[in-house]
Design a protein around this ligand. Structure first.
Ligand code: NDP
Length: 294
């Protein structure tokens, strides 16, 4: 292996420790505890698992959490009422609506309704709009892309002036990751399902953020020697040696890529732990904004 491993588990733990220390300091000073409200609609097992992990992280770090678990057939009006009530509730610091919502609900309208000062997922159109504008700052940076950039910075990868390729253009990962890299003065190419000659484009990348959800699609010979690889993908691959019958792998073929890249994140243990760590950081930030501290 030639690449340096970027240990997301370790870096996420450091972020969590910093947040916990700041929360303890605030609590000792008599300030209200940061509280995250999660809104879960329906019975998707993956969504319920993510929401439970977020609640547990709040508890571990000394923050409060409340979960609103709503029926899958809730109508738009009733869901919007829940959000409006959370916006008005002074005890709530941050609001997170677990996506995806059932298809009969208008996700855009729901995200738009979340008060910008409580939008800890950073998905409201105002936050994303600010991210896209030169010289403007969003109040909150979306958690997974924030984690990707944080990992690059912690590893000492130079972003300014780098050729960066973002593979995937989703609203929650690819597009905000590209905007963040542009804000840090990288030259950015965004690839998607219609991109021609993907290997050729990726071979130009000093930095690659892969977020497509395609099992080990990026091969070792697509990678520029010395490049920094951030693998966001989470895919299950059949593996008879595991009790579950599968193991988790990324969008990049790790075994091949690690022989060529300069830096690489593993899956699991790379970007995954960063998403919740950055959510905790954003929830603390929400409490600080609401108290007029920043
Ligand atoms: P989406 O399905 O929303 O978006 C996938 C993107 O990849 C789209 O832009 C799509 O292109 C592009 N794409 C799909 N197939 C190809 C292909 N063969 N070649 C080129 N581009 C392709 O996914 P998400 O952004 O939500 O998630 C991406 C991955 O990241 C998933 O594996 C997900 O599980 C993981 N993830 C991990 C998180 C973490 O915490 N570690 C958090 C969030 C996601 P087009 O736009 O043209 O359709």
């Amino acid at each position: 292996m030639t690449a340096q491993l970027i240990d997301g588990k370790l870096i996420a733990q450091q972020v969590r420790d910093d947040v916990a220390a700041e929360v303890a300091k605030r609590t000792a000073a008599g300030k209200p505890q940061p509280v995250l409200a999660t809104v879960l609609v329906g019975e998707r097992v993956d969504s319920a698992t993510y929401v439970a992990a977020k609640g547990k992280a709040c508890q571990d770090l000394g923050m409060g959490s409340v979960n609103h678990h709503l029926p899958a057939n809730i109508n738009q009006e009733d869901l919007e009422k829940v959000i409006s009530d959370l916006n008005a509730d002074k005890s709530i610091s941050g609001i997170l609506v677990q996506l995806p919502l059932p298809s009969h609900l208008n996700e855009e309208r729901v995200l738009q309704l979340i008060s910008i000062e409580k939008d800890v997922d950073g998905f409201s159109p105002i936050n994303i709009g600010r991210l896209a504008q030169k010289g403007r700052e969003p109040l909150f940076v979306p958690c997974t892309p924030y984690g990707c950039i944080y990992l690059l910075e912690q590893a000492g990868v130079k972003i300014e002036g780098a050729n960066a390729v973002v593979l995937g253009r989703s609203n929650i990962v690819g597009m905000p990751a590209a905007l963040l890299l542009i804000g840090k003065n990288a030259t950015v190419t965004v690839c998607h399902s219609k991109t021609k000659d993907l290997p050729g484009v990726i071979r130009q990348a000093d930095i690659l953020i892969a977020a497509i959800g395609r099992t080990e699609m990026v091969r070792g010979d697509w990678i520029k020697p010395g490049a920094a690889i951030i693998d966001v993908g989470i895919n299950s691959k059949p593996d008879a040696s595991k009790k579950s019958g599968y193991r988790l792998v990324g969008d990049v073929n790790f075994d091949e890529a690690k022989e060529v890249a300069g830096f690489i994140t593993p899956v699991p243990g790379g970007v995954g732990p960063m998403t919740i760590a950055m959510l905790m950081k954003n929830t603390l930030r929400a409490a600080q904004i609401q108290q007029g501290e920043i």
